[in-house]
Write a protein that binds this ligand. Sequence first.
Ligand code: 4UV
Length: 537
Amino acid sequence: TPSSPPVIHKSPWGEVPDLFVGNIAQFVRESPHINRKLDKKILIDAKTNQAIRGRQLFNFTARLSWVLRTKYKIEYDDVVCLFAPNSVWTPIIHHGVLSRGAILSPANIAYNPEELHYQIKTANAKLALVGDAHLETARKALKVGPNNCVKIVPISRLIKDIKFAKGVENPVPLEGDVAKDKIAYLCFSSGTSGTPKGVMTTHYNMTSNAQQQFYCFNKALLNGNNVYGAVLPMSHIFGLTKFVYSTLYVASTIVVFEKFDFPLLLSSILKYNINVLHVVPPILVLFAKSPLVDKYAIKGRLNHIFTGAAPAGKEIIALAEARTGAHISQGYGLTESSPVTHLYSYDEQAYDQNSIGWLIASCEARLVTDEGTDAAVGERGELWIRGPNIMKGYLNNPAATAETLTSDGFLKTGDVAIRVADGQYYIVDRKKELIKSKGHQVAPAELEALLLDHPDVVDVAVVGVHVSELGTELPRAFLVIREKTDPLEIKKWFDSKVARHKRLWGGIVVLDAIPKSPSGKILRRLLRDRKDDKAIG
Ligand code: 4UV
C-alpha cells in the first residue's frame, strides 16, 4: 500500500568510496593517467589529423581561463553558451570555462536563431562562443528578442587568444571554490513535460558519475589504450560526459568528428585504429545494415559499441554484432542524472542486451507504480533514482523541479522499467511526453505551441512514432484544422521554423478532435497506439 515503507533497490556494486569534491577541470588536471602521458596525443581530428597532447590540454585550459577572465570579463558563475560543432578544441573550451568558475551551457548545433535565443535567454548567458560556420545563426539569435548576451566570440578568435596567451599556463588557475553545489553545466532537457529547461548539473554530479562508471566498468575500458570515435555531439550529455572528461581522464585517444559522416567514420576506424564507439540507435542500424560496413572491411576492428539515448532492439544489436565483431551493450542515462544510472558490466555473461544492466554504484532506485506502490520483481513501475549524480534542479523553475525531484531526493525519470530477479533493469515504456528523434530530445509541448501559432490550426498534439528501419522515433502531429486548409502547407510552414530533428518527419494526421482526459490533458498513449493512420507528408 502507499503507506508501507518504500522498497529501495541498492546497487550490487555498493558504494564508491571517497567521491571527489571539486572542479571537473581540476579532476582531469589531477588524473594520474594523463599526467603519466603528457606527450600522448589524446584528441585527434578525424579529418585534418590535428592533435592535442595531454600537456596542451592542461596549458590551453589554463590560458583560456585567463583569457575569459581578463579579455572577456567573465566572472565567477557567469554563464557561457557554446554553439559549435565538435572539434579537438571542444574539451579545452569546456575545461577553460569551468576552471574560470563559470557555467557552460552547450547548445545543439542544429538550432535555428529562435531556438538558440531561447537557450541563451533562459540560461542567462553573457557570452556566446560560436563555431565560425554558425556565426550568422548566432548573430540573428541575439536579435530575436531580449537577452543578456553581450558578445559573440568566434571559435577561431578564441583559438588565437589561447595561442597568444603563451606563458600564463603555470600555475593552472583553477579559480573559485569548489563547493558541492557549485553548478558546472546548464544542458537543456524538457524532462517529463513542457518545454526545454536548464538542468543545473554540479561539478560534484559530473565527477561523481565519472567515478561511479570507473568503479563499475570492465577494467579493460580504463587502461588508456583504447581509441574512441567521438561521433556524438559534445553538446548533449552523452557525448559531453564521454569525450569532455571521462575517456579523457583515463588518457585514451579520442578521434573527433565534426559531424556524423558514416564513410569517414568507417575509414577512420581503419586509419586510427578506433576500437570503441558510443552511438545512438540510428547509427547502430547503419552498422547492422549498411553495405558500407563490408566495403570498408572493418570487421574485427571494434571491440565495443555502446548504444544509448533511446532504446535499441535486440535484433539490430545482434546484426550489428555479427557484422562488426564488436560486443554491444546498451547504455541508459538522462541529462538530469549526469547521466549514467545503469551499466551492463556487473555480470557480462548474464547481461541481456535488451536490458540496461544493473544499477550503478552509489545509486539507489525505486520502481513506483501508478498507484504509488513499489513494483515487485518483474512488475512495471516508474524508475526513480537517487545518488550523487542527480541534478540540483531546473534553473529558475521551482515548479518543474518539485515535480521531478521528490522531497527525499529521488529523480522521477518518466521511464517505465521492470527489474528482474538477477537485478537487471529493462526500460519498457516512457510515461513522459519526450520524443527521442535520432538521439536528440524533442519536446512535444514546444512543437505544439509553435503549431498553434498557425492561424489555421485549431488544436494539436505531437507524439513520436517509432520507425524501426531507421531505429528512431520521429515527431508526428495530430491536427484539428480549419476547413479548406491544406495540411501539407502547415507542415511546410512548420518544418521551416525548427531545427532539422524537430521537423514533422513522422507526418501529419488530421483529426476531428484531439483525445483528452476530463482535466484537458492530451491522451498521448491513445495517439501513439493508433496503428492504421496514413500520415500526410
Ligand atoms: O536527457 P536525455 O537526452 O539523456 C540521454 C542520455 C543517454 C546516455 C546513454 C548512455 C550513456 O552512457 C550516457 O552517458 C548517456 O539520452 O534523455 C533521457 C531519456 O532518453 C531515453 C529515456 O527516455 C531517458 O529518460 N533513453 C536513454 N537511454 C535509453 C533510453 C535506453 N538505453 N533505452 C531506452 N530509453
